[in-house]
Each structure stands twice: as C-alpha cells, then as structure tokens.
Design a protein around this ligand. Structure first.
Ligand code: PLP
Length: 375
C-alpha cells in the first residue's frame, strides 16, 4: 500500500462534474475579480461560521495582515504570537510594522499557553493572535479574559481550523476577527490562493472590505490607501461547491483521528493528540509526538507512507527571527517538541484500511526496540 500525505486529486474526482460546471459558469459570466460568485461564497461562509460578515481576500496571510491593519495595529505596537505556528502568523504582524512577541505553547495542546501570555504584555501590546494549531481549538476562554483585562484585540488564526468548535459553539463566538486560509491543502481548499476574514462587527467588516480593495468607496473614489487583496471568482465558485461537503469531510477527518487514537493507544513511544470533552478538533493535521522521530519517519518512508513535520523549527528559532535575539531555552516546550512532532497522513478520503496500515507500521517500528517513553 502507498499512502500519500494528502490526496487532492481523489477529492476532485469525487466532485468533478460540479467543479467543472462551476468553473465554466464563472468564465462564461466573466465575473473574474470579486463579483457575484465571491459575494455568494462570502454569504455562505459567514453563515457556516455562525457570523455576520465574511470578506474574501487573496490568501490567509493577507487575511491576518488586513485584519490587524483594520484594528489599527501598526508601527510602535506589539502583538503576541505563539512560538509554534506557520511563519505567516508572525509575518503578518511584521508586515503591519508592529513587533512580534512570541509566547511558548502548552505541553499537551501545543497551543498558546494562557498563563504565559501576561508576562508578554506591556503598554505597547495591541493584540493577541491565538492559532488553532493543527485544528485544535486554542483556549479562547482564558485568552479572551486576558485580552479584556488589558484592552487587547483578538485576531484568531483559523487557517487550520475550519469547523473547529468549543462547547458546541463556533470560534466566531470569541474575539474580534477570524482569519482563514483556503490554500489548496487546507480543510477547505481552493484551486489556488484564497483567504477570508470573518467578523460580527459591521464597521470592521466595511474597513476590511475597503482595505483589501485599494481603500475604495466607489470605483475611483478612495477614502484611504489600501492594497489589492481580492478573492477571484473562480476560487469563490470552487469554494462554494466544496463548502457543501465540508461538514462531511470534517466528520471523515474526526473518524480517522479516532481510528488512529484507538490503534495507537498502547504504543509506548507515541503521544497521541490531546483530546478533551467540548473541544471539537478539525484535524487539519494528525500530529503525534514520537520517540526517535527521524528514524520512525525514515521507517514510514521505507514502507511508502508519507509524513510531515509541522514545524521542524519553532518560529523564534528561525533565521528570520534571529534579530530578536532569542535562545531555544526561552521557549522550552516549542523548542523541545520540534524534534518530536510528526504529522501522519490525514485526509477525509482515507479508508480504515489505510489508517490501519499506517498505525501497524508505526507499531512495528517500536516493537523492534526498547524505547524511552515521552509521556
Ligand atoms: C496556511 C496558514 C497560514 C497562511 O495562509 P496562506 O493562505 O498560505 O497565506 C497562516 N497561518 C497558518 C497557521 C497556516 O497554516
């Protein structure tokens, strides 16, 4: 058996006719930039998020950048960001002119640890960006309480968390803005770059829509300078088709995660993803911590199983952030986990047999040697 990390081709095959028809329609109607198809998608995605407004933009990084700018974040400000995320989270902060302030993650959830945030806050702090890493909801209750106490804004990085919930409520119940990416491999993926900002604040929604479209009020009337970061009609039409299937696909990811959880339960050497009643994980990635991670990875590769590491270098340890002068010991959890975390193949179309093959291959690796437990 050969197991890819994701299989976008198989997903396309399952909805091919609908997608091809949608693409054809956009071209026939020449609604290439914004327009009807983007508006339709914005309405349905806002509704999916149980929120009032959705603004389609060019990609997830822009969604974060535009969201921060709309909240007034810029030069002289500071924004708190988790030490383990994709670089876009911190990049968006720097793009506004503000300073990135990293905070370490919780040893079990791998998300921003609320009790560590307070020590990062000073008079320059303007916002916190909780990332729902791998699809695991961040501790928004605690983080929002801290934000409220200090008058800070909450910009959620939901790029990996389409469909994640806390106590049966969508993430839009919390904070000021939600930023999504529709990069092709995300849980809801376009056939190119796309992103969105979701909010319940009408004034903010209008600012974001204008900022993403040259600060435009009408065709050649510009209230302020913005940027060009618009969703295009083709991506919107594709996303509208796929959105209908997202609940089913999310259920498929959760089913597969439960299968992995069961099969990997007694494997010493493996720590499974954190699970807690009330936290509905969207399993963009199924990430374990593994003893002898690199050897396990090579073993999986030898057995035709693809895997990934998200991310091999914690953000403060990247060359890009050397200027901040951090040591890995400043972020002990994120830094020690970078050599332990391993993402196993995870996508809705994976069959129980495929999950079984991956789990068995992991088990076989550890049964061949005595290993130190990470627990
Ligand atoms: C993918 C991703 C982004 C950026 O999205 P793009 O659409 O690729 O710009 C931001 N944050 C996280 C956590 C992501 O996984």
């Amino acid at each position: 058996m050969k197991i890819p990390f994701v299989d976008l081709r198989e997903q396309y095959n399952s909805i091919r006719t609908e997608i091809d028809t949608a693409i054809q329609e956009v071209i026939e109607s020449c609604a290439f930039i914004r327009g009807k198809y983007v508006q339709d998608f914005e309405l349905s995605f806002a509704s999916y998020c149980c929120a009032k407004y959705c603004i389609g933009v060019a990609n997830g990084t822009d969604a974060l950048f535009i969201g921060l700018r709309a909240l007034g974040v810029g030069r002289g400000d500071e924004v708190v960001v988790p030490a383990n995320s994709f670089v876009a989270t911190s990049e968006a902060v720097t793009m506004t002119g503000a300073k990135v302030v990293f905070t370490d993650c919780h040893p079990d959830t791998y998300n921003m640890e609320p009790t560590l945030i307070r020590s990062k806050i000073n008079s320059k702090t303007k916002a916190i960006i909780p990332v729902h890493l791998y699809g695991q909801p961040a501790d928004l209750g605690a983080i929002c309480a801290i934000a409220e106490e200090h008058g800070l804004k909450i910009v959620q990085d939901c790029a990996q968390a389409h469909g994640a919930q806390i106590d049966g409520r969508h993430l839009s119940h919390y904070g000021d803005l939600l930023c999504f990416s529709f990069f092709p491999a995300k849980n809801l993926g376009a056939y190119g770059d796309a992103g969105a900002v979701v909010t319940n604040d009408g004034e903010l929604a209008q600012k974001i829509a204008m900022y993403s479209n040259h600060g435009r009020v009408s065709k050649y009337d510009h209230e302020f300078e913005g940027i060009n970061s618009r969703m295009d009609g083709l991506q919107a039409a594709i996303l509208s088709v796929k959105l209908k299937y997202l609940p089913e696909w999310t259920a498929g990811r959760r089913r597969n995660a439960s299968l992995y959880d069961g099969m990997l339960a007694d494997v010493s050497g493996v720590v499974r993803p954190y699970r807690k009643e009330g936290l509905a994980h969207s399993y963009h990635l199924y990430v374990i911590r593994a003893t002898d991670r690199d050897d396990l990875r090579a073993w999986l590769d030898k057995h035709n199983i693809a895997s990934g590491v998200h991310y091999p270098i914690a953000l403060p340890n990247l060359t890009a952030y050397r200027y901040l002068g951090h040591n890995p010991e400043d972020f002990p959890v994120a830094s020690s986990y970078q050599s332990q975390i391993l993402s196993l193949p995870m996508y809705p179309e994976m069959s129980p047999e495929m999950i079984g093959y991956v789990a068995d291959t992991v088990k076989e690796f550890y049964s061949r040697k005595t290993i130190k437990s990470l627990k």
